[in-house]
Design a protein around this ligand. Structure first.
Ligand code: 3H9
Length: 705
């Protein structure tokens, strides 16, 4: 059987039609560039071809270079497909639907004209995978729409919707898209009939004279977010070159800077994160032809902070949501909190008033279980107590329509307990949101022992329907994400007893790339959160290692920002954390009482103590089959805990250090600190066999189909 053709060239009414057909999204994979070059040359040579149209088959125009090819040997062209399009001797029209991203938009920019359907999106998102547009995008886009707008697009990598792209001048016309091929041919014929000159973007000038300081201003504005990264700065430098250098020199600058980035650690980590996020969506054993549709209605039981945030997630993504509380008073308070949250976004300028009104219209507050009976999915978000949860599930069992998804947002209680209250445990799963639920992207789908594979697939889809990243976890204490982070949190407290200070630990983690240090996070969420759990665990387990420092702070009324002091002190009306002598002396008291000698810590030791503790736990999670893949855990750390994306994720980072070295260090700490550092059996195995964390496989399946 011959290989399917990835680029077709056919001819209609004097117009050559070049169709890229490389599913699923027409990335510029093997043969695509070659196919475009051959097609354009054919069109140039054929006197019957008066103009050419470039379009994509299937769901997209061209989604960019094939990311899997980066870091590998790629074909070198005497003249690239972009250059061949640019030099075409006859008018070329890019007809865009779906996505024109990265190399896709660069091909469109090399065409002489561009049209797009209303739902199309265009962008140069290379920066998000640690590189820069390397097919002339940094030189053409500033010439087309001006350096400032181009720089904003290239540095953020955002997808620009068609109507905005038209206003900016990226596309020449919006076309209905009912029959894109016919519309593109008609456009090309009009270009010929009107004798429009070939409009080459490269021939224009990019002018920054009106705002010469824009490049430095941009560098300054990204300084915090882009720390430790190179790509955003190289993107700016390229746009600067588009202004200061002739086109060909600018292209040479772009190539030089691109090649500095392609194989750097930053790009490797970001590429890994891109594919890890796609892998995490895959449910092994899912029936191939089972494609759940988008849910139409949702219900949330519980109008507390978490319930309200979950309900907002549905409303934000256009899904009508009923919020159930049996007490009218609590219901009204919950709805007021939702209104206040939206109003804050409007005040900050991140949400339009009209959009807030639309979202609020999607809420229906209700007080009776019967009122939610017809919803496709219900998420329980009531008080974290087994008896309360059991009662809710008994009531859901009584009213919910057959086939409804019954989900629990519990962060600790075994899903099977809730499922046991129903006659349909196959339809029950955990849906663990992270606070604030309407903001945090991670959506942990917790599989109970009877959860059906259809329910798993449907619940994963619910997460995607509301803009989350769904990741699967098995039932165990803390599930996968929080369980993997718990040892990090223990170590950060224990290092205090040994002599580190909150501000030192926070600085190490911020320098590493976290947006905010772990103690500052704790001040935000409240020190009292872990307090009750620790008390409970200490009561249950006589060997539980108590954490006197945070306990004592809570007992002193230092609960974090809400009480004006926690790990730091705060001035009234100001969220800036200030190191506090009181905390220092509490730490010193505890250390003295426990007989622990205080010492100096290096930054490297702090970083590794925190992260290796979690790497070890993640190995246990993996060996017990409570997660599917090490890369899933990385996705959880990226989207649940603010792990710096340009470091790939916890386990990717640990692979960078090397599994043998991680094991050696953990074993050393095991000898020094005792049982809590006992290396996971899987870690030992990986170290002995020289297998990377990324290749590690669970020892037992999470579920069987
Ligand atoms: C670039 O262009 C560099 C240039 O400047 C030139 C340099 C010389 N490559 O996300 P989905 C796969 S850099 C390879 O689930 P959606 C993806 O892995 C590139 N594979 O769909 C998945 O495979 P699988 C700049 C790719 O509808 C499948 O397609 N472009 C690529 O939710 C479906 O993907 C970008 O950065 C690719 N470029 O979202 C765009 N794109 O089924 C990256 C997708 O095996 N892509 N795949 O898991 C995206 O942002 C999204 O995929 C897109 C569709 C928005 C297009």
């Amino acid at each position: 059987m011959s290989e399917p053709e990835v680029v077709r060239f056919d001819f209609e009414d004097g117009i050559g039609v070049i169709t890229v057909d490389y599913p699923p999204v027409n990335a510029l994979g093997p043969g695509v560039r070659e196919g475009i070059i051959a097609a354009v040359e054919k069109g140039n040579a054929d006197p019957n071809v008066k103009a050419m149209v470039l379009l994509g088959a299937g769901r997209s125009f061209i989604a960019g270079a094939d990311i899997r090819q980066f870091g590998t040997k790629r074909p070198v062209f005497k003249k690239t497909s972009v250059e061949v399009l640019d030099d075409a001797t006859k008018p070329t029209v890019a007809a865009i639907h779906g996505f024109a991203l990265g190399g896709g938009l660069e091909h469109a920019l090399a065409c002489h004209f561009r049209i797009a359907v209303p739902t199309a999106k265009v962008g140069l998102p290379e920066v998000l995978i640690g590189i820069l547009p390397g097919g002339g995008g940094t030189q053409r886009l500033p010439r087309l729409i001006g350096p400032k707008a181009a720089m904003e697009m290239i540095v953020t990598g955002r997808h620009v919707p068609a109507d905005e792209a038209k206003t900016m001048g990226i596309v020449d016309a919006i076309t209905p898209g009912t029959n894109l091929r016919a519309e593109a041919i008609a456009y090309a014929k009009a270009v010929i009939a009107e004798k429009r000159p070939l409009s080459r973007v490269r021939d224009r000038k990019a002018d920054a004279s009106a705002e010469p300081g824009m490049f430095d201003a941009m560098r300054k504005s990204i300084a915090r977010k882009a720390r430790n990264q190179k790509a955003p700065y190289h993107c700016i430098a390229c746009v600067e070159a588009a202004v200061s250098q002739p086109f060909d020199e600018g292209i040479a600058t772009e190539r030089r800077l691109f090649s500095e980035l392609e194989n750097a650690d930053e790009a490797k980590a970001l590429r890994y994160a891109f594919f890890a996020e796609r892998e995490v969506a895959k449910v092994p054993g899912a029936p191939k032809d089972f494609k759940p549709g988008k849910i139409k209605t949702a219900a949330v039981v519980g109008a507390g902070t978490m319930g309200g945030g979950i309900a907002m997630s549905f409303a934000d993504f256009g899904i009508p949501v009923k919020v159930l509380e049996v007490s009218r008073d609590v219901l009204e308070k919950g709805m007021q909190r939702v209104r206040d949250n939206y109003a804050t976004s409007v005040k900050r300028g991140s949400l339009k008033q009209s959009e807030m009104d639309e979202r609020l219209k999607r809420f229906t507050p209700v007080e009776r279980y019967e009122d939610i009976a017809d919803c496709d999915v219900v998420i329980e978000a009531v008080f974290e107590r087994i008896d309360v949860k059991k009662d809710v599930f008994a009531k859901l069992e009584a009213v919910m329509k057959p086939g409804a998804l019954l989900l629990s947002n519990s962060s600790a209680i075994n899903t099977d307990i809730m499922a046991g209250m129903t006659t349909r445990p196959g339809n029950v799963a955990g849906a663990h949101f992270f606070a604030p639920a309407n903001v945090m992207k991670l959506f942990e789908v917790v599989v109970g022992s009877k959860t059906s594979v259809e329910t798993i697939v449907r619940t994963m889809q619910v997460g995607r329907d509301i803009g989350k990243i769904s990741a699967l976890a098995g039932t165990c204490d803390g599930f996968a994400a929080n369980r993997s982070r718990a040892p990090f949190q223990t170590e950060m407290m224990l290092m205090l007893e040994e002599g580190a200070l909150p501000e030192q630990i926070d600085k190490v983690m911020v320098d590493f790339g976290y947006p905010i240090g772990p103690f500052a996070v704790s001040d935000l969420s409240g020190l009292d959160i872990g307090y009750d759990t620790r008390k409970r665990r200490a009561a249950e387990n006589p060997n539980f290692r108590k954490l006197p420092v945070p306990d004592r702070l809570v007992e002193m009324g230092r609960k974090g920002q809400k009480s004006g002091a926690g790990w730091y002190r705060y001035e009234k009306g100001d969220r800036t954390p200030h190191p506090d002598e009181v905390v220092k002396s509490v730490i010193a008291d505890v250390a003295r009482e426990l007989g622990i000698e205080q010492r100096q810590f290096t930054d490297d030791e702090i970083l590794k103590r925190l992260l290796f503790a979690s790497v070890n736990e993640t190995c246990k999670i993996l060996e017990e089959g409570k997660c599917l893949r090490a890369s899933d855990m990385d996705v959880m750390w990226l989207h649940g805990f603010g792990f710096p994306r340009y470091r790939g994720g916890l386990m990717f980072w640990a692979d960078g250090i090397g599994v043998k070295e991680v094991y050696r260090q953990i074993e050393e700490w095991h000898q020094r600190y005792g049982a809590r550092w006992k290396p996971a059996a899987l870690l030992k195995e990986l170290a002995e066999s020289g297998t990377s964390f990324r290749e590690a496989k669970p020892k037992v399946p999470m579920f069987t189909v």
